[in-house]
Design a protein around this ligand. Structure first.
Ligand code: AP5
Ligand code: MG
Length: 214
């Protein structure tokens, strides 16, 4: 099962992708998490990506596409994957389609998590993440058991660098300009399924389960 998560920054792509990965036993591939791990480890890729990410802009396509397509060669991708944050531009989507069609494969589902901009700006101020295991929390909607600590690994939770309100506004503008057109791109392939991302995360997941099958 090959799935793409579409949706604005903060719509809940990562939250839902983790639940999909656990239930359907496929890897969760988040380009944002890959870049953040590279920044943390001080790699060349991380140094290049950081300036774009901190400003809320997209990292250039040429730094993203090969990284993801190479990841598909790993054994854990044999039964598919859930892509979160990729593709994000039409050229990335075209490169993905070209790479898959070369091996006679294609994307099965595009899940579009729909949340209005006003909800997103409110939501992002409360997000906390674990830089060690990439778990996602929210101070109101999904608080950790112990304040400031990750339930899973005990790591110290942080506020992401790009979650400042001004940066979130730019990320939303970039999303509307460069990523939202992907909905039309995949609509033409008849594989887009939209879900309401404003309801409780468990109810969002129940809608996704209906789409993917139990
Ligand atoms: P990335 O990490 O992908 O960020 P994003 O798309 O902006 O999305 P987020 O991770 O912010 O949000 P999300 O939808 O995953 O929401 P979450 O589940 O955390 O990318 C970061 C940057 O990397 C980009 O800006 C770009 O620079 C670069 N980049 C990455 N990929 C790239 C690419 N392909 N090309 C170029 N550049 C790339 O949820 C958000 C919050 O809401 C959490 O606190 C969560 O607990 C809460 N929440 C979730 N669901 C609900 C719910 N139903 N109700 C209430 N609260 C909820
Ligand atoms: Mg995310």
């Amino acid at each position: 099962m090959k799935i793409i998560m579409l949706g604005a920054p903060g719509a809940g792509k990562g939250t839902q992708a983790k639940m999909i990965a656990a239930k359907y036993d496929i890897p969760h591939i988040s380009t944002g998490d890959i870049f953040r791990a590279n920044i943390k480890n001080g790699t060349e890729l991380g140094k290049k990506a950081k300036e774009y990410m901190d400003a809320g802009n997209l990292v250039p396509d040429e730094l993203v596409v090969d990284l993801v397509i190479d990841r598909f060669k790993d054994d854990d991708c044999a039964n598919g994957y859930v892509l979160d944050g990729f593709p994000r531009t039409i050229p990335q989507a075209e490169a993905l389609d070209a790479a898959l069609s070369k091996i006679g494969e294609s994307i099965d589902y595009v899940i579009d998590v729909d949340v209005p901009d006003a909800n997103i700006i409110k939501r992002m101020g409360g997000r906390r993440t674990c830089p060690s295991c990439d778990s996602i929390y929210h101070v109101d909607h999904m608080p950790p058991k112990v304040e400031g600590k990750c339930d899973k690994c005990g790591g110290d939770l942080i506020i992401r660098e790009d979650d400042k309100e001004e940066t979130v506004k730019n990320r939303l503008a970039v999303y509307h300009e460069q990523t939202q057109p992907l909905k039309d791109y995949y609509d033409k392939q008849g594989i887009v399924h939209s879900v309401d991302g404003t309801i409780d995360r468990k109810d969002v997941f129940a809608m996704i389960e209906k789409i993917l099958g139990e």
